[in-house]
Write a protein that binds this ligand. Structure first.
Ligand SMILES: [Zn+2]
Length: 558
């Protein structure tokens, strides 16, 4: 039977759609191949010793489009066999080509020439060109500026890089790139200041001794990181502001009511104290304004009221505002291998990464894989742990993370109208059963800002629940390793089915998809072994387990 007209038309339309899809795909592939070919050609011409200098100038300008060169690029050209003479000729030609007109030289030309000067050891010229680049109008673009600051770092000007980064982080404390640059620069400076200074004078090339030249400024930049007086000053001022005020009374009442509610736990005095501090700190951000202020249009939390008070000095008001906007509650997994003076920490709920100042007396002697449950806050652009919170074991942190995630999903569903309102979570924290958040977070990108914000807010609301549940759990389950593990325990365990590994033995789990859970268990053993070692007791031999299971300690870069 012949096909109907309608059917024939439909078939033709389908065929045409298919054909045009194919054509588009072919075209995309061709464009992509062309792009690759062009790039390869540019590299060939860059490497070719016969390419004339004028053409190299064009090539470099084309590939950078006025943006700064990156710190490694000149070295890479040297690796391709560019001689110092060739680099210098091209750098001079780039600057000359652009300086003859009315235009300022581009950042590409300035930074290329500055990097070439650095490669030839001309410190003064490097400095002069880089300064010129930093003052150029194009350097006000934030990303461009961060690239230039990175070049400062490459030429040994860490102190200046840090000063500029502090200014940048003061405005945008959560930006990952300056956070990373700052962490690198401050640890390089830490190493430099604490290392041997060259006998032939300061490394800036001034000829003067380091102590009389860059030394004092470098020491000052370094001590700004460890100096917690800005935070103390703010806390003290906020405390005096609250004393005797309605806000102060409201916070005190809140703290007592929570402490009263946790009475059955029979918390130790220091535990009760830190519980109260945690509640009070959260109240600074959230508590309702006193009755008689309700007529005001703006509803202000205590910190906002403090910042808005005309008697508060501008500097303190700005700090309070940064606290209010950026205070970051999290389950902070601390990387004790971080380059000093700070510690890298990752919020296992959101994947957010910060390089923060933790007071030394605070984290000294902490076991491996400790997780800090509490807030960190930017003070004048530098992230600091406030010191209020609770140290969790990796397993406790995983349970808290899963508990928080469930609550966040609930909040998200109520925000999007899928549920009428968010409920207080009924289920207890899933101790010993949670997903291995601390391990998985290393393989994931940070969450979106919006989800991160909701998560932070939710953690704030769950502070008391988590604190209470963790302590209740600790009452019934003393730190492992004291009684249940005998000598050689791990040699049996490795071949026994483990419920949390879905009934697989550790040996089986090491080869399959339960490896992250096994890694989380090993970390928990290591945490407990460190706690026991501090009391002079042996813990589980995780060194043997890791070797036998072929599971070396993962570094975050793996
Ligand atoms: Zn100097």
């Amino acid at each position: 039977m012949a096909k109907s007209n309608r059917r024939r038309k439909q078939d033709r339309a389908k065929r045409q759609a298919r054909d045009s899809q194919k054509q588009a795909a072919t075209q995309r592939r061709q464009e992509w191949e062309q792009e690759l070919e062009d790039r390869a050609d540019r590299v060939r011409r860059l490497v070719d010793p016969d390419t004339p200098a004028a053409e190299l100038v064009d090539l470099l300008n084309e590939s950078h489009g006025g943006e700064p060169v990156l710190g490694f690029e000149v070295n890479r050209l040297k690796g391709f066999g560019w001689s110092t003479e060739r680099l210098t000729t091209v750098a001079d030609a780039m600057l000359a080509a652009e300086s003859d007109g009315e235009r300022e030289p581009s950042l590409t030309a300035l930074t290329f020439a500055s990097e070439v000067a650095r490669a030839t050891g001309d410190v003064a010229r490097t400095r002069e060109l880089l300064d010129q680049a930093l003052e150029a109008p194009a350097a006000s673009d934030r990303l461009t500026r961060w690239h230039l600051i990175n070049l400062l770092r490459f030429s040994g000007r860490q102190e200046e890089a840090i000063t500029l980064l502090e200014a940048s982080l003061l405005d945008e404390p959560c930006e990952p790139y300056p956070i990373e640059l700052y962490a690198i620069a401050i640890s390089e400076l830490h190493q430099h200041v604490n290392g041997q200074q060259p006998a032939d004078g300061c490394s800036c090339g001034s000829g003067a001794a380091w102590e009389q030249c860059c030394g004092p400024r470098e020491r000052a930049a370094l001590s700004r990181f460890t100096d917690r007086s800005g935070l103390t000053e703010l806390s003290d001022a906020v405390s005096s502001f609250l004393v005797g005020s309605d806000y102060g009374r409201a916070i005190d009442n809140l703290v007592s009511s929570y402490q009263e509610a946790a009475r059955d736990l029979k918390l130790e005095p220091d535990e009760l104290g830190s519980f109260g501090a945690l509640i009070a700190e959260h109240a600074l951000l959230t508590i309702e304004p006193p009755e008689d202020d309700q007529e005001q249009d703006e509803v202000r939390a205590p910190l906002e009221a403090f910042a808005a008070d005309p008697s508060v000095p501008a500097e303190l008001a700005a700090r309070a505002q940064a606290w209010q906007s950026h205070f970051h509650y999290g389950l902070w997994k601390i990387d004790f291998d971080s380059e000093p003076p700070g510690l890298w920490c990752t919020d296992i709920c959101t994947g957010d990464l910060r390089y923060a100042n933790f007071p030394a007396q605070f984290t000294d002697g902490w076991p491996r894989w400790s997780v800090w449950f509490g807030g960190i806050v930017p003070v004048d652009g530098i992230w600091r742990a406030t010191g209020t919170g609770l140290r969790l074991s990796p397993a406790e942190a995983d349970a808290a993370a899963e508990f928080i995630e469930k609550a966040v999903i609930d909040v998200a569903q109520s925000l999007t109208g899928k549920k009428r309102r968010a409920r207080r979570p009924d289920d207890p924290m899933p101790f010993g059963e949670a997903e291995p958040y601390g391990v998985l977070v290393e393989q994931q990108d940070p969450m979106s800002l919006a989800v991160g914000f909701v998560t932070g807010m939710t953690i704030g609301q769950l502070l008391w629940r988590i604190f209470v549940e963790v302590h209740a759990y600790r009452r019934v389950r003393p730190p492992a390793g004291t009684a249940q593990y005998g000598e050689g325990w791990e040699k049996l365990w490795i071949d026994l089915p483990v419920p949390v590994l879905n009934g697989r033995t550790p040996r089986q789990a090491a080869l399959g998809k339960h490896r992250p859970r096994l890694e989380a268990l090993l970390r928990q053993f290591e945490y407990e072994a460190d706690l026991l070692a501090a009391q002079g007791q042996p813990g589980i031999d995780t060194g043997w387990l890791r070797q036998e299971l072929d599971m070396p300690v993962m570094s975050p870069d793996d």
